[in-house]
Design a binder for this molecule. Structure first.
Ligand code: ATP
Length: 238
């Protein structure tokens, strides 16, 4: 049987009052891809990512995750996704271990499964020694890593990551990149938004360029770049 795309958007739009943030986006993210969403400030990336994550309702259009319609069956669609929260709010008063436990239980995992996933993720993210510490004492890079570990606790099929490298030190960035690459090599799908064109160019297999709420280019990195660097192509489109 054919594998459905990890994610499909059809005619997805969203306005805030009089401002159109996303104006009819069609997007297909093939299963197993490392997909980058780029665009200038205010292009509509965060709005798009929030709608995919099920945190914001589109005004129009449909979103499906591995063939499951997000509006019709939000529970099932959300269970397939791991989402990076934009901030931790009061959760940062928990220790790293408590935080992962909370997210694991929220995802319906049994305590022993949460514990073994926590151990594996902490090892991969180099956070084993930090698990007993309160998250508000973590560095920016460690905080992003524990949030990503929380997003991955239930082994989702699709990771939806808005700016996963923002304010992250180079060592933590390399660590995150390695974990995401391993995740993709094992069949997972990553959709990330970023301002870092170099990074997208280095790691992503496919890329979409959003400008003023519209998708202006989509394809493999080579297709979108053409003869230019991704940065030059991006400037040309913006
Ligand atoms: P950035 O890269 O700066 O984060 P972005 O590509 O993520 O930008 P969005 O944050 O999705 O873009 O914003 C798209 C448009 O919608 C912008 O014009 C923005 O001002 C507007 N917008 C976003 N959130 C809201 C909101 N809650 N209320 C009103 N307007 C909003």
């Amino acid at each position: 049987p054919e594998v459905p795309p990890a994610l499909v958007l059809r005619g997805v739009s969203r306005s805030y009052g009089g401002t159109t943030a996303v104006a009819g986006i069609d997007l297909t993210v093939p299963a197993g891809s490392f997909y980058g969403l780029v665009g200038p400030n205010g292009a509509g990336k965060t709005t798009t990512m929030s709608m995919i994550a099920g945190l914001l309702r589109p005004d129009r259009g449909e979103i499906s995750v591995a063939g499951v319609d997000l509006a019709k069956d939000p529970r099932a669609a959300k269970a397939l996704m791991g989402v990076l929260p934009d901030r931790l709010r009061t959760f940062d008063r928990l220790t790293g271990r408590q935080l992962l436990y909370y997210f694991g239980v929220l995802r319906g995992l049994k305590p022993d499964v949460v514990e073994s996933r926590t151990a594996d993720l902490a090892r991969a993210f180099d956070l084993t020694d930090a698990l007993g510490r309160v998250v508000s004492d973590y560095s920016a890079g460690m905080t992003k890593k524990i949030m990503l570990a929380a997003a991955m606790i239930h082994s989702p099929r699709l990771l939806v990551l808005d700016e996963p490298f923002e304010a992250v030190d180079p060592v933590s960035s390399a660590n995150i990149l390695e974990i995401l690459s391993t995740y993709v090599s094992r069949g997972g799908t990553v959709l990330l938004s970023s301002h870092g064109m170099d990074l997208i160019e280095r790691v992503c297999t496919r890329v979409a360029v959003i400008v003023a709420g519209q998708l202006l280019a989509e394809g493999t990195v080579e297709e979108v770049r053409g003869e230019l660097t991704l940065e030059q192509r991006f400037v040309e489109l913006s």
